[in-house]
Design a protein around this ligand. Sequence first.
Ligand code: ADP
Length: 265
Amino acid sequence: PAPTNPGKTFEYRIMPYGEAHLLLIARDITRVSQLEEMRKDFVANVSHELRTPLTVLHGYLELLPADEQENPFQAKAINEMAAQTQRMQNLVEDLLVLSRIEASSERIYENIVDMPAMFRQMEAEAQALNKDKHHTITFHIDNALKVFGVETELRSACSNLVFNAVHYTPAGGQIDVYWKADNEGARFMVVDNGDGIAQNHLARLTERFYRVDKARSRKTGGSGLGLSIVKHVLTHHNSRLEIASTVGQGSEFSFLLSQELIAGT
Ligand code: ADP
């Protein structure tokens, strides 16, 4: 058993030492984990405090008359300010979601998530988002496959992956969403035939605020936090995000929930 020391946090490593011994290395990471906790609290608090002023700003901007005929400059300024405050609101909401997931102690085995019902809703939302893109979006869903997990988190992870495919695939693309059981567990997968992502970006894609093409991503209104949220949700569900992508051909984002999480098929 690892030695205990109240109020201290240690990281342990065990290594072979000579022929017949093991070496236990304990590193005191108390300070590092305290700083990490402070960072999380700070981000959560700032995001929470920014929410109200942004809602007020955006609300008033929506009410201001933006008549292009009467005053084109004013109309342009108001519309641009409304769009930018909307972006800030999205960012703050995503930061709050991320903070909530990082702090989540919700047990994953306590609730059954009706994933097929969730996908039916998501399909309607994806089609609404698809208005100007004219993709062919097809959901291939195993209608009986339910899992243990945290519903809000799984919804957030899956919708981020589906909506990313809609955003980052040039108009008229093909997007397929799969939810099915195989002999390892339940697999969720989104396949698009968009521009794909170069190999050198893949490892960093789930970092906070990491974007492949900053200018283009900004236009889509994303916060750069989507895949970071996905990563945290999946860690909480003992899974991880798998990405396969070929430039010019498309991307495949998927994850596997293990057999123990399957609640019904
Ligand atoms: P964002 O808010 O910018 O969408 P994400 O964390 O969701 O942030 O995604 C990070 C970056 O990964 C995006 O900015 C985009 O460059 C890239 N990306 C995500 N999904 C896809 C996809 N399906 N096809 C191509 N690029 C993608």
